[in-house]
Ligand binder design. Structure first.
Ligand SMILES: C[S@@+](CC[C@H](N)C(=O)[O-])C[C@H]1O[C@@H](n2cnc3c(N)ncnc32)[C@H](O)[C@@H]1O
Length: 251
């Protein structure tokens, strides 16, 4: 089985000691260093700040919510959703995750189903570390979180391939976690026509969308669909981040 290097990644340990993956070669020819999946200030901390807290909010407001995650990566967001649901003793109706690198989906499923023996040690170890950091300061066990997620990800077919311009959405969602790479390298994901279609075809009437990015195209598409746009603090040195909310009645 392939390892991180074969996929073009190296492991980077961020400031909160949680791991992320950095591309060995930048997707953007003007950049010397490859893109990292997370901020060097802390992959796990950043995920909780941007996505875990929003998942908790949605889970507190609607029963059996549907979540869309754009960019499975190492699965931090999926593990955050599971952690918040377990904390609230709540169930999740659907998690639809998109990932363009098939091996990342395969690794995640093998690890989740405790078939880590099929993976190179350094690969299985990264997922173990991710989970350890996601569950730090919680009494939830690894087993409990994995068992929760296994109900949503039984086989690799339960992870969608790349989100593309012509993707047909499989449901409507109460929470979007938009964690794709930037518009420089993945312009179609940040295109206003595409974002308008995403919101019109896949957003529930009650919905939150969170992303690390601050993009004019996204803000306009959100406003166009009746979302209130909240510019949040960025994580660490990041300029800002965006939260769009629509239709929630505060309980
Ligand atoms: C910033 S990383 C996501 C990190 C991830 N959320 C995590 O928790 O570890 C971006 C991810 O998006 C994936 N990606 C890139 N283009 C994509 C597309 N069109 N559809 C889905 N995923 C894509 C990349 O392969 C990468 O894994």
């Amino acid at each position: 089985m392939k390892s991180w290097q074969d996929l073009g990644f190296e492991i980077e340990i961020t400031k909160d000691q949680s791991p992320t993956l950095r591309l060995l070669q930048s997707l953007d020819p003007s950049k010397e260093f490859g893109e990292s999946m997370h901020h060097s200030g802390g992959a796990s901390t950043e995920t909780t700040h941007l996505y875990g807290n929003v998942a908790a909010d949605v889970l507190g407001k609607v029963k059996d919510p549907h979540f869309m995650v754009v960019g499975l990566g190492l699965g931090y967001i999926e593990m955050n959703i599971a952690r918040e649901a377990i904390k609230k003793n709540a169930s999740v109706g659907l998690i639809t995750s998109y990932e363009s690198i098939p091996e990342l989906s395969e690794f995640f499923i093998e690890w989740l189903h405790d078939r880590g023996g099929n993976l190179p040690i350094e690969v299985a170890d990264v997922y173990d570390q991710v989970l350890k950091h996601v569950l730090s300061e919680n009494s939830i066990s690894d087993k409990e979180l994995k068992s929760f997620l296994r109900n949503h990800f039984e086989t690799v077919k339960d992870v969608q391939g790349p989100l593309g311009e012509n993707t047909e959405f499989v449901s409507r969602y109460h929470g979007f976690f938009y964690d794709a790479y930037s518009s420089k390298t993945h312009p179609h994901l940040w295109d206003e026509v595409f974002l308008n279609r995403l919101l019109s075809e896949a957003a529930s009437s009650q919905c939150s969308l969170s992303t690390y990015a601050v993009k004019g195209t996204l803000k306009r598409a959100l406003k166009n669909h009746g979302f209130q746009v909240i510019e949040r603090e960025g994580f660490f040195s990041k300029r800002g981040s965006t939260l769009g909310v629509r239709g929630w009645i505060d309980l």
